[in-house]
Design a protein around this ligand. Structure first.
Ligand code: GAL
Length: 447
């Protein structure tokens, strides 16, 4: 069982790098498919310590348009406006969970390639940042900012490594999110007379049967387009393979035709028998209505769900690690950077300073459902869920999320999403395995 694999904190941090884009990757080699050889990012540039940013604009591009996300982003905007009242913030957010639905990432790519970058944009630390933007030489290095703001001392080294390429940091983490959370309706649990959430997939299936007897679908899924069930699937993979083998999927040491991958596909396929039946017409942004409306009982989703459900005023829910992942923290981090050619560069530097500050992180994260990426959060601002997450972040084995950019570059994530969408719409495990293998072949995962 994954949770029995006891790894020390040191080992677990190393695993995070191995599976994602940290020191090891930077020091050794980025797999060829992810790193076109001739492009070399410029070395660190010198940002002015205190740019004179009195006016002009600041365009911030993200996919944060849902409850919780909006409030959290606005908290940062409010702080920014207080400090720089002359700057007009242009909120260029496009709807769509994890940046797929609203095509935020597609629009971003077009703008980046066309030399029209937004001033700053939401990007996940790890492969999404490094392989898709830094290696392509489209971001400024932020060494001076890290130094002037003291971030080398307050961000965990592992997080800095995930933000870095060839020893230079390229983005500023604004949070740490957890992917592997089971959100469950506490009233439903009482209704079927169950006292604790399922810890394993076997227990989840038992619970799902009990719910079925009461006419309640056990699983909420939003699959009007690929992406959501792919999030669920990464957590089944972690449960089935355990942290080391899971991370091996991204360095070639675990093959994508491993029996554990197939078992995971079978588990998700079976779980879909208990899904809320309209799932192919539900959008990622609307899934929380399914949960708060009591239409389905459990959901495996990241902890932005906490921010979203809180923003709705819904209270009949609680949380547990996704089945089979107790002791493991499937992590991702949203960040902002400085694209080369940003029109309002000075304003961006002030934005990045705010994003990385204690004040900024402690205003943003309690609303977002995430924890501070810094090691000095003001705990009085974080609620019970978040306090637990802070503890788990310190003690659990950490692995990077696939769906949210930490473990693999975007082109793989797209193919992976399509494969899992095929699974939950066609219910064909063998066909899904073929698609996953094809996706992995294209990605050329290597040590
Ligand atoms: C994730 C992102 C979160 C949250 C979520 C749902 O990829 O990191 O901040 O926005 O998507 O949209």
């Amino acid at each position: 069982m994954a949770m029995n694999r006891k790894l020390t904190r040191r080992q677990s941090l190393k695993l995070l790098w191995m599976g994602t884009a940290g020191a090891t990757l930077a020091a050794c080699a980025v797999p060829p498919a992810q790193a076109p050889a001739p492009t070399q990012p410029a070395a660190a540039t010198s940002q002015p310590a205190e740019p004179a940013a009195a006016g002009g604009k600041l365009e911030i591009f993200s996919w944060w348009t849902s409850g919780g996300e909006v409030e959290a982003l606005n908290a940062l905007y409010d702080l920014y406006k207080k400090k720089y009242p002359g700057v007009e913030i242009v909120n260029a957010a496009l709807a769509g969970g994890a940046g797929q639905g609203g095509n935020m990432k597609a629009v971003l790519k077009t703008r980046m390639l066309g030399g029209d970058p937004p001033d700053s944009f939401q990007v996940h630390l790890g492969q999404e940042l490094i392989a898709d933007h830094v290696v392509a030489n489209r971001m400024e290095a932020l060494d001076d900012l890290y130094k002037s703001e003291g971030w080398n001392e307050v961000f965990p080294k592992g997080i800095i490594d995930l933000a870095s390429y060839q020893g230079h940091p390229y983005s500023v983490p604004v949070n740490i999110h957890r992917s592997n959370v089971l959100w469950y309706n506490t009233k439903h649990m009482q209704d079927v007379g169950v006292s604790k959430p399922p810890e394993t997939w076997d227990e989840w299936f038992e619970y799902a049967e009990q719910l079925k007897a009461k006419g309640i679908p056990a699983l909420a899924v939003a699959e009007n387009e690929p992406g959501f069930s792919a999030h669920v699937f990464e957590n089944v993979l972690v449960a089935t393979l355990g942290p080391e083998k899971y991370l091996g999927l991204f360095n070639g040491s675990t093959k994508w035709d491993d029996e554990g991958v197939k078992q995971s596909a079978e588990i998700l396929n079976k779980a879909m028998d208990y899904a809320e039946p309209d799932y192919t017409s539900v959008a990622w942004g609307d899934i929380n209505d399914v949960i708060s409306g009591g239409k389905a009982s459990t959901m495996i989703m990241g902890d932005w769900t906490h921010g979203l459900l809180k923003a709705k005023g819904f209270t009949d829910y609680h949380w547990a690690p996704a089945p089979g992942t107790k002791g493991i923290f499937v992590a991702l981090s949203d960040s902002f950077g400085l694209p080369k050619g940003a029109k309002d560069r000075d304003n961006v530097i002030n934005w990045l300073k705010l994003c990385g500050s204690r004040e900024g992180q402690d205003a943003f994260n309690p609303l977002k459902g995430s924890i501070s990426a810094r090691n000095d959060p003001d705990l009085s601002k974080y609620d019970d869920y978040l306090k637990e997450a802070i503890q788990d972040w310190k003690s659990n084995t950490i692995v990077g999320s696939i769906q949210h950019g930490a473990a693999a570059k975007q082109s793989f994530v797209n193919d992976y999403d399509n494969a899992i969408n095929y699974l939950v719409t066609k219910r064909d495990v063998d066909g899904t395995m073929t698609k996953l293998l094809e996706a992995a072949d294209l990605a050329e995962f290597k040590m």
